[in-house]
Design a protein around this ligand. Structure first.
Ligand code: AMP
Ligand code: GLY
Length: 421
């Protein structure tokens, strides 16, 4: 099969790497891809959001299967459009993607079907939202309704900060229409984890559980980022907890979406908090996580193309997902200044000096002029991934290798998967 992966991050590089291992795969394309995907796939210079040009490329290259990485094109309806054109495509429809692209819709769905989440109130009037916030005690969690590339959730530590956030979202429209409505949610405390399932709209098959790190600096300090690292499995995950996640959250959510006439096909991502009062949903996403995909897919034993086809053809109930029962850690190397402004175009060295079992997935990279030269071209540049029998072993390996990679200004967290026992 000829497969096209849409997107350009380390998640997409990981998808390309995994799909390339399938005996069913004959050729892989990426749009637009990066210097890492260029090593194993053909990069097409088309933006992930340019749905019509992507459709043309699919026809011109006789692509048999399209895999969508990021949420943008899903929310814009790429799956609906490709299905109408008869192109096999992996990902949820526009209406099913609303579980991610409208936090208000997700909240309403959870409340209608009794799926546990934090208590919240929705506002479309900034005056009313301000009045409500003034009666709360901090921290106050404020969420913009729409997609915001990780900038739509603020955990305000004071009432003035909460009011400023409301003003940014609802009055200055810093996130555009995404801030037309906001959710003000109770602050939850506990352990966070991400869970991924494959679903064809009926059957739900767990893929993996992972933890990610959103803050830029060690010790969870500094601003939020797209994700600075992740690891699997979460040390607090018991069989009992995994069962509860599936039975009380993932399966009911998939069946709720089907009952609402929005059958969900693809990978569903649950961002969960294990609180003293039980499990609560923080958010759903309509795709794999980044950087979680980078640690989850390397452990997948089952052929990914088989799984994807089973989802598209509605026969997932006959599939099992098998994973290697080891630990896996991914550490993101970022450009100096990220998540604020940063410079690009620096050569990356050391990539050919790594232990054999280390994986490097590219994000913001591009090929240089000289053969083999790789330059930085974005905020998050690489995810370096190591597997090990234990989290501690994987951690040792990943950091031993990361210290051999260099580019000007590079920074990364040194405490990924550093577990307090
Ligand atoms: P999101 O962008 O929706 O993934 O949210 C970003 C981060 O905000 C989450 O990973 C949580 O750490 C935090 N967060 C979201 N909702 C809550 C909540 N109700 N209570 C505490 N923290 C939250
Ligand atoms: N790792 C968080 C996300 O992909 O949204």
């Amino acid at each position: 099969m000829k497969i096209l992966v849409i997107g350009s991050g380390a998640r997409e590089h990981t998808l390309v790497w995994k799909l390339a291992q399938s005996p069913r795969t004959s050729e892989i394309y990426t749009a637009p891809g990066n210097a890492g995907t260029a090593l194993i796939a053909r990069n097409l210079p088309i933006s992930a959001d340019d749905i019509e040009s992507l459709a043309t490329a699919v026809r011109e290259n006789s692509v048999d299967l399209v895999v969508v990485g990021p949420e943008g094109p899903l929310a814009a309806g790429i799956v609906d459009r490709f299905q109408a054109l008869g192109i096999p495509v992996f990902g949820p429809s526009k209406r099913a993607t609303e579980i991610e692209s409208s936090k208000v819709f997700a909240k309403e769905l959870m409340s209608r079907y009794g799926i546990p989440c934090g208590r919240s109130v929705t506002f479309s009037d900034s005056g009313e939202a301000r009045k409500y916030v003034e009666q709360q005690s901090p921290p106050v969690v404020i969420k913009a309704d729409g997609l915001a590339a990780g900038k739509g959730v603020v955990v305000a530590e004071s009432i003035p900060q909460a009011l400023e956030t409301l003003s940014d979202f609802m009055e200055s429209k810093k996130l555009g229409a995404s801030g037309d409505r906001v959710i003000i949610e109770e602050h939850l405390t506990g352990r966070e984890m991400s869970v991924f399932v494959f679903t064809d709209g009926e059957a739900v098959v767990p893929l993996a559980y992972a933890c990610d790190y959103k803050r830029v600096y060690d010790g969870d300090r500094g601003p939020n980022t797209g994700g600075m690292g992740s690891y699997t499995p979460p040390p607090f995950l018991t069989h009992g907890l995994a069962d509860t996640v599936q039975e009380s959250i993932m399966k009911p959510t998939v069946s709720a979406l089907a009952q609402e006439g929005r059958p969900y096909q693809g990978v569903l991502y649950g961002g969960l908090m294990v609180t003293d009062e039980g499990l609560k949903v923080i958010e759903f996403n309509a795709r794999m996580g980044d950087p979680e995909a980078q640690v989850v897919l390397p452990l997948l034993k089952t052929d990914l193309v088989d799984l994807i086809l089973a989802v598209i053809e509605g026969r997932l109930d006959r599939m099992d997902v098998e994973c290697h029962q080891v630990a896996c850690i991914g550490v993101v190397m970022a450009s100096g200044g990220y998540p604020g402004s940063y410079q690009t175009g620096f050569p990356i060295t050391g990539l050919d000096d790594l232990d054999e079992d280390i994986l490097v997935f590219h994000a913001g990279t591009k090929q240089g002029e000289r053969p083999g030269e790789v330059l930085t071209s974005g905020g998050r540049v690489l995810t370096v991934v190591a597997r090990g029998d234990t989290i501690a072993r994987a951690r040792e390996k990943v950091y031993a290798n990361i210290s051999r990679i260099h580019f000007d200004g590079c920074h990364y967290r040194t405490d990924i998967a550093l577990l307090e026992e």
